[in-house]
Design a binder for this molecule. Structure first.
Ligand code: ADP
Length: 793
């Protein structure tokens, strides 16, 4: 019988976990390497890196190196992969894998974490499958003895998916794909400006042989006029279809045309669709006659440093990979680490590799429905979102009969956050496609309520397609945002206005105030029948403190701004060396932003309102800094960072803490405070905020639509008639406001009662090597003792 326990480590030896990057490099691979190395050490194992991918494993020797804690310092902010990657022909053949096995055993490596694409992970799976035979062969040929191989009878492998293409089935995102998407969107944003100036058309080719994720998402994020992806080739009349849509957009007054094409795009019969072909169509003198240029983005898509998401994704997945190694038994199927919406999970590697190959096979066999179905549901969701926003009034099949048309009001409540305009654009485009009338309420409830005597002055206007079409990548709020609540504007007055404008549905985009506003309207329904219409909230705030969701649009943009800011500031220290920066983040009474930014930049400490700050804690952190600087005799020049949320303490602020550190350091190192402030609201929204905004906004309007012929009675009794949309764990859900208000909301602190990210705080501390400092009683909630028991801190 096979033992249920992990194979024992060689006598007298600590377990050795090795990490390797393989295949094409992708931003975030360094974050994975750093996390595996540090987590392995934290768990009492020895950490190794295999340099140059499988080539290093086959060659052995200097390619297999033991790593110490400080060897991976500063790696989070480096692009590419610092341990190298290479294509390795030898590993495709058994003799190559035999040498690799021998090198692993000779180096005493028990487990291997591989970060790479589907090729690398296929190789990994084959290696594990063959392992017992390889070991037997090494003994039978006399290369190794039975005693030598005995502790290595089972090979323990865990996969991390590092790829810019996001082509692996079973996971929503691969390490690197959002950084690549960010690069593409940045380039398209630049191109758009020149396209608009000259009224030109651009055909932009992006990477993706069998996978259209980058092309599709770039299309959604930038509001491109047309996209071509391999999984879903257009019908045979694609030439007319494209030209009709582009012509319609031009007719509506659009001055620029953007077509995005994946490098693997083809028609339904497998014939490649090239950028040149598209250009010729758009430029045809007898047709659209557009001045058309081609841009092939090429390797810039791989380049640069990782975005915030790839940094914390790679970090958390690296941590999970080490946990998976330590949990594995000889019968555990080889796992890879996935993410679904917001949840990191372990899944069987073989299945994912097979499914991924199936997509390519289905495309080759021209079975495109199957190809789409093998991608995740999110993918087809995005495809549908894209289609409904680009075809505007051209899609008769999508148009509802006129009796079902609704007047849907859209209002922004709170402070600006990245993605608010993208959400509005998508909602408006969707409404127009369905035949509804989308109405803009300008400047929140305060703007809505403006009046002179009985005469309303607030601007309520139908949206204009051309106006909103340019909003896909715009930051801020184009219709104006305000924090005022309906009760402050006067519920009576607001109810009259709802009647006056005959709203059939309300779509609120906003932060905690938006949530609060919706709660007020819902509760006032008994008194004011005007509020008996379906209402829904799309959470949008950089603080990510809205109950009912784990993710608010705008928070990713904020994290990216913070990460960029921290990188710059850290770098600025390299001239002066030995400097600590205490950086104050926004976030209200939620430590989400501070914690996730801390995870993404490797902060030495993060102070949050949930935990609070005490004098003992500061003393311990300062003592730790002194030790760190004493050990580091200048080999690593970049500064160190402490992040503090603006409301972490009423007394200890960034400046005071920086002053205390300086005083205690006695010239051995320097300390400065720094407050990025409104930079955190972000200029251009991140692609994640833009794309999620589009997808969620469309779902919100679909949800409002489902109430089209409900009576006021039904609205009153159906809890789903006022909802908040959110990402919870692995799914997107609408939650009834009443439930969320009553059960999930910490009203006093304006945040969810249960904050899903709390355990991450511990991870930040572990990975930055922070000692177990004394924790204060929280100044805001006092939850520490209780939650410590539950393992939340
Ligand atoms: P990616 O991992 O980015 O898909 P590749 O397909 O080039 O990149 O794979 C990277 C390396 O993984 C290859 O150079 C080879 O060493 C190894 N590899 C890929 N596929 C296999 C396979 N089927 N069997 C064994 N090794 C493989």
């Amino acid at each position: 019988m096979v033992s249920q326990h992990p194979p024992p480590p060689p006598a007298g030896k600590r377990r050795r976990i090795a990490v390797m990057t393989s295949g094409g490099d992708s931003p975030g691979m360094n974050g994975a390497t750093r996390a595996v190395v540090r987590m392995a050490i934290e768990k009492g194992c020895e950490a190794y890196c295999i340099y140059e991918g499988y080539e290093g494993l086959v060659q052995g020797g200097k390619f297999i190196r033991k790593m110490e804690w400080s060897d991976v310092r500063g790696w989070l902010s480096e692009g590419g992969t610092l341990i190298g990657t290479a294509r390795c022909m030898a590993f495709y053949e058994r003799p190559g894998r035999l040498r690799a096995a021998k090198n692993m055993i000779l180096n005493g490596i028990d487990a291997l974490v591989i970060c790479g694409g589907d090729g690398s992970l296929t190789g990994a799976d084959k290696f594990r499958h063959e392992w017992p035979g390889l070991v037997d062969e090494l003994v039978s040929t006399g290369e190794l003895t039975t005693e030598q191989v005995e502790p290595y009878r089972h090979l323990n492998i865990v996969g991390l998916v590092g790829s810019i293409d996001n082509d692996m089935s079973g996971t929503d995102a691969t390490i690197g794909c959002f950084s690549a998407l960010g690069r593409i969107c940045e380039m398209v944003d630049y191109i758009e400006a020149t396209a608009s100036s000259h009224s030109r058309a651009f055909v932009i080719e992006v990477m993706g042989r069998h996978c259209g994720w980058l092309a599709l998402m770039a299309g959604v994020a930038t509001g491109a006029d047309f996209v071509f992806i391999p999984e879903k080739p257009r019908a045979d009349n694609w030439k007319e279809e494209m030209c009709t849509i582009v012509a319609r957009h031009r007719q509506l007054g659009k001055r620029k045309t953007i077509v995005i094409v994946a490098e693997g795009a083809h028609d339904q019969h497998g014939n490649k669709i090239s950028p040149e072909q598209i250009k010729d169509l758009l430029a045809d003198k007898n047709g659209l006659a557009l001045d058309t240029r081609i841009t092939t983005l090429g390797h810039v898509q791989r380049g640069g440093t990782a975005c915030a998401y790839d940094r914390y994704l790679s970090t958390l997945q690296g941590v999970e990979a080490v946990n998976a190694v330590l949990d594995a038994t000889p019968t555990t199927p080889t796992p890879f680490i996935a993410i679904n919406e917001n949840k990191i999970t372990r899944k069987p590697l073989v299945q994912a590799v097979e499914d991924t190959k199936e997509v390519a096979k289905a495309i080759e066999a021209q079975d495109f429905d199957r190809a789409m179905s093998l991608r995740d549901t999110e993918f087809s969701d995005y495809y549908n979102s894209y289609m409904t926003t680009t075809t505007t009034d051209l899609n008769d099949a999508m148009r509802l009969p006129s009796k079902k048309h609704m007047r849907i009001a859209i209002i922004h409540v709170g402070a600006p956050a990245g993605g608010v305009n993208a959400a509005t654009r998508a909602a408006v485009a969707y409404c127009l496609t369905r035949g509804h009338t989308p109405l803009a309420i300008h400047n929140g409830f305060a703007g809505f309520a403006r009046h002179h005597g009985d005469k309303p002055l607030g601007a309520v206007r139908p949206f204009d397609w051309l106006e909103v079409d340019g909003w896909a990548s715009k930051g801020g709020s184009e219709i104006g945002m305000n924090r005022e609540l309906p009760s402050e504007s006067g519920l009576d007055h607001i109810a009259k206005l709802f009647e006056l404008y005959k709203f059939d549905g309300l779509f609120i985009i906003g932060g905690f105030e938006g949530f609060h506003a919706l709660s007020e309207l819902r509760k006032a329904r008994e008194q004011y029948p005007a509020f008996c219409i379906p209402m829904t909230l799309l959470p949008a705030t950089i603080s990510n403190n809205v109950p009912g969701t784990e993710y608010s649009i705008g928070s990713d943009t904020c994290l990216n701004e913070l990460v960029r800011y921290c990188d710059t500031i850290k770098q600025s220290a390299s001239a002066s060396r030995r400097r600590v920066f205490v950086i104050e983040t926004q976030g209200g009474r939620s430590g989400y932003i501070a914690t996730l930014a801390g995870l993404s930049v490797g902060a030495v400490a993060v102070y949050t309102p949930e935990e609070g700050i005490s004098i003992e804690m500061l003393a311990a952190d300062i003592k730790h800094l002194k030790e760190v600087f004493a050990q580091d005799s200048g080999q690593s020049r970049a500064g160190r960072l402490i992040l503090i949320n603006e409301k972490a303490s009423k007394v200890y602020n960034a400046k005071l803490i920086a002053d205390m550190i300086r005083e205690e350091a006695r010239d051995r190192f320097e300390s400065r405070d720094s407050i990025p402030g409104h930079v955190q609201q972000g200029g251009t929204p991140s692609p994640m905020d833009r794309t999620r905004a589009v997808r969620l906004a469309i779902k919100c309007i679909e949800h409002l639509e489902s109430f089209e012929d409900r009576s006021a009675d039904k609205i009153m009794t159906d809890p789903m008639s006022s909802t908040v949309i959110g990402i919870k764990g692995a799914s997107v859900v609408f939650s009834p406001m009443k439930d969320v208000e009553e059960n999930e909301t910490d009203w006093a602190n304006r945040r969810p009662k249960h904050e899903f990210w709390m355990p991450l705080k511990h991870t930040v501390d572990v990975l930055s090597g922070r000692p177990d400092v004394p924790r204060p009683e929280s100044p805001l909630t006092g939850w520490k003792a209780k939650d410590k028991k539950r393992g939340l801190i």
